[in-house]
Design a protein around this ligand. Structure first.
Ligand code: NAD
Ligand code: IPM
Ligand code: MN
Length: 360
């Protein structure tokens, strides 16, 4: 039987709740498709800051590099005044998240936004607008304003720097064009080239890669402000969206409204030797401990882990179909349904195929 080593970073608040759900589901998928996981849970996030003085302790750093894939929940404290938000920047939970992405060299963050057929009614948009949405946001993840230097918070001044090197833009552009070739053949580049030099540079490099290497893929451009409007006005116009770190962060939370909830969106961060799989949402302190967290974003991240981290695309397909059936039956409370985390987990497992022919 094939085995995969998964480093698991549950994190804070609803992080551990959605992670336990996804692990139960992965176990069930493994038993049906004849493979298994060796799971190692590691300290990470605000709780690790409290126990180890570091949101990404040394032992966690070492373990993720040894794993076949990393599955992360979500980390961080409540928005607003909270002791974790008063820590020096290098000890902040969010700094640990950024450090993890850099450590794994996962520069390409894939955030698919799909309205599954039959689930259009879960969207707050009119059903005819939501129908057919199948877009892939490709967010640059290890550069841009999140990492640019100088950066500081001084009594007299706050400073951030947005910087992109040519090779960083070239490689994310290639991921976008290659992805589009396997899908609808269309890339929309999103930037702010009308105002920012760094964005004009970004756009010029994207155009250069397009002309030199992918002329058969269609390419268009939108400014981020218009893109934010277009993505909810007419989501099915999009196939692949490629954009920088901060624009992708904002655009993906916004796009979560199309299928109906942030709790649904998964992500895969690729480009290094070990992939990182995590839901798009945060630690949702407002609903932690209530058994209400929607585990689907994490379960679908586990499906992406199966596809990209373990080469188990058939199992990934089966899991995605099971999620679709469970959601159609009765979704979690964030989508107006009645199934909490545990019930949703059971429903997804019950919707998996019974047994599958032997796989290599
Ligand atoms: P959030 O994503 O945690 O929550 C935003 C809203 O969406 C809340 O109302 C929450 O209840 C709801 N929500 C989120 N996930 C849900 C789910 N699975 N099921 C049902 N409802 C869900 O964003 P926030 O409140 O701005 O941030 C809280 C903390 O999370 C902050 O510390 C932030 O830095 C951190 N964060 C971490 C990650 C990560 O770990 N990758 C991502 C985003 C935010
Ligand atoms: C996300 C989060 C993170 C980001 C934060 C918590 C560092 O919002 O994964 O979308 O901005 O990348
Ligand atoms: Mn975000």
């Amino acid at each position: 039987m094939k085995r995969a080593r998964i480093a698991v970073l549950p994190g804070d608040f609803i992080g551990p709740e959605v992670i336990e759900s996804a692990l139960e589901v992965l176990d069930a998928v493994g038993s049906r498709f004849n493979f298994a996981f060796d799971v190692e849970r590691l300290p990470f996030g605000g709780t690790a800051t409290e126990s180890h003085g570091d949101p990404l302790p040394e032992e966690t750093q070492a373990a993720v590099l040894e794993a076949d894939a990393v599955l992360m929940g979500s980390a961080g404290g409540p928005v607003g005044d909270h002791p974790w938000n008063r820590l020096p920047r290098e000890k902040r939970v969010e700094t640990g998240i950024l450090k993890l992405r850099r450590l794994l060299k996962v520069f390409a963050n894939l955030r698919p936004v799909t309205v599954f057929p039959g689930l259009e009614h879960l969207s707050p948009l009119r059903e005819e607008l939501a129908r057919g949405t199948d877009l892939l946001i490709i967010r640059e993840l290890t550069g841009g304003i999140y990492f640019g230097k100088p950066a500081h918070n001084r009594p007299d001044q706050g400073l951030a720097t947005m910087v992109y090197e040519r090779h960083e833009v070239e490689r994310i552009a290639r991921v976008a064009f290659e992805s589009a070739q396997l899908r609808g053949g269309k890339v929309t580049n999103v930037d702010k080239a009308n105002v920012l030099d760094v964005s004009q540079f970004w756009r010029d490099v994207v155009v250069g890669i397009h002309q030199a290497e992918f002329p058969q893929v269609s390419l268009d451009h939108l400014y981020i402000d218009n893109a934010a409007m277009q993505v909810v006005r007419d989501p099915s116009q999009f196939d692949v969206i490629v954009t920088g770190n901060i624009f992708g962060d904002i655009l993906s939370d916004l796009a979560a409204v199309i299928p109906g909830s942030l709790g649904l969106l998964p992500s895969a961060s690729l480009g290094g030797e070990v992939g990182l799989f995590e839901p798009v949402h945060g630690s949702a302190p407002d609903i932690a401990g209530l058994g209400l967290a929607n585990p689907v974003g994490t379960i679908l991240s586990a499906a992406m882990l199966l596809r990209f981290g373990c080469g188990q695309s058939e199992a990934a397909d089966a899991l995605e179909s099971a999620v679709q059936r469970a959601l159609a039956d009765d979704p979690p409370p964030d989508l107006g349904g009645g199934r909490g985390t545990a019930e949703m987990t059971r429903a997804v497992i019950a919707a998996l195929p019974e047994s599958v022919v032997a796989h290599s």
